[in-house]
Design a binder for this molecule. Structure first.
Ligand code: FMN
Length: 184
C-alpha cells in the first residue's frame, strides 16, 4: 500500500480520536418513575450533581410496547442512538413497584429485543458499554433476586454490569448516591 493508504489511515485515526474526545463519559440516566418530581427524581438529581449525568425521563417519551414485528417508530431507537453516540454508561433508575422494576422500565427492557432482531447492527454497538442500576423504595430490603434481570440482561447484551444501588426514601439516600457516583 502506498502513500495514499497511509494518509487515509492517519486521517481515519485523527477522526477517531476526535470522536473519542467528543464521547462523553457522563452517564445517561433513564428515570423510570411514574411521576415527575417523585423520589426517583430526587435520586437522579443527586446523581447528576455528583456525576454530571444527563437524564431522560421515560414518562416524557413515547415508548410503544414490544411487538414481534419491526421496531415501532417511536422514541426508542433515537434514545438508543443518542446513548451510543454520546455516552459510555447507561444508568437505569427505577423505583421499586411491586417488588420489581417499574412498568415503564420493563417496557423499555422488552424493546431491547428489537436490538437482537430487526435492529441487530445497532444492538451490537452496545457491546463494551456499561450498565448500572439505582432503585428507590419505601422498604429497606431488596432480595438479591431483584438484580437478576439487570445483571443477566447486561451480560446477554455484552455490556459491563457496574452494579446496583438501592436507596430508601430517607436521609441515607444521599450517602448511597454518593457511593454509587464514585463507582460510575
Ligand atoms: C405502584 C407502587 C408499588 C410499590 N411497591 C413497592 C414495593 O413493592 N416495595 C417497596 O418497598 N415500596 C414500594 N412502593 C413505594 C415506592 O417504591 C417508593 O415510594 C418510591 O420511592 C417511589 O418512587 P417515585 O416517587 O419516583 O415513584 C410502591 C409504590 C407504588 C406507587
Amino acid at each position: 500500500m502506498g502513500y495514499g493508504h497511509d494518509r487515509a489511515c492517519r486521517l481515519l485515526l485523527s477522526f477517531t480520536n476526535q470522536l473519542n474526545l467528543q464521547m462523553s463519559t457522563i452517564p445517561l440516566i433513564l428515570n423510570g418513575s411514574a411521576r415527575h418530581d417523585g423520589n426517583m427524581s430526587k435520586v437522579t438529581r443527586q446523581l447528576m450533581a455528583h456525576s454530571g449525568g444527563e437524564e431522560v425521563v421515560l414518562l416524557d417519551l413515547q415508548l410503544e410496547h414490544y411487538t414481534y414485528g419491526t421496531s415501532p417508530s417511536d422514541d426508542f431507537l433515537p434514545l438508543i442512538q443518542r446513548f451510543l453516540q454520546h455516552h459510555d454508561t447507561l444508568v437505569l433508575a427505577t423505583p421499586v413497584y411491586w417488588y420489581a422494576m417499574s412498568g415503564r422500565m420493563k417496557v423499555f427492557f422488552d424493546r431491547l429485543t428489537d436490538l437482537l432482531t430487526a435492529e441487530k447492527t445497532i444492538g451490537r454497538q452496545l457491546r463494551g458499554k456499561n450498565m448500572a442500576v439505582v432503585t428507590t423504595s419505601a422498604g429497606g430490603n431488596l432480595g438479591d433476586d431483584f438484580w437478576i434481570p439487570f445483571q443477566a440482561s447486561a451480560d446477554y447484551l455484552g455490556m459491563h454490569y457496574l452494579g446496583g444501588w438501592h436507596t430508601t426514601d430517607d436521609s441515607s439516600m444521599a450517602e448511597t448516591v454518593e457511593r454509587m457516583a464514585a463507582n460510575l
